[in-house]
Design a protein. Structure first.
Length: 92
C-alpha cells in the first residue's frame, strides 16, 4: 500500500463533490400539455391549391439544389447557374 494512502483514514480518500451528488438524484421530466394553437395565431389558413403550389415549389428548389451540388468545381457551378438563369420553363 502506498505511504500516502496508509496515513489517511479509509473514508477520507473519497469525498463526493457537489457535482457527484447532484447527478445521483433521479431526474424527472414533466410534460406540460398545451391546447392546440388557434389557426388565427399562425396567420390565415392556406387553401389546398396554395399548399399544392408551395409543395411543388419546394420540390423544384430541391431539384435545383441537387443539380447545383453535382458541380465539380467553381467554373462548372457558374456554368450551371447561368444555364438555370437562361432556361425555359421546359426544364433543365
Amino acid at each position: 500500500m502506498p505511504h500516502h494512502l496508509a496515513a489517511t483514514p479509509p473514508t477520507a480518500w473519497f469525498r463526493p463533490s457537489v457535482r457527484d451528488t447532484r447527478y445521483r438524484t433521479p431526474r424527472t421530466v414533466t410534460v406540460a400539455l398545451r391546447p392546440p394553437a388557434a389557426p388565427a395565431a399562425s396567420g390565415p389558413r392556406m387553401s389546398w391549391l396554395q399548399r399544392l403550389e408551395r409543395w411543388l415549389w419546394q420540390l423544384e428548389q430541391k431539384r435545383i439544389e441537387h443539380y447545383l451540388a453535382q458541380s465539380v468545381d467553381v467554373v462548372d457551378l457558374e456554368m450551371r447557374l447561368r444555364r438555370l438563369e437562361r432556361r425555359t420553363s421546359s426544364g433543365l
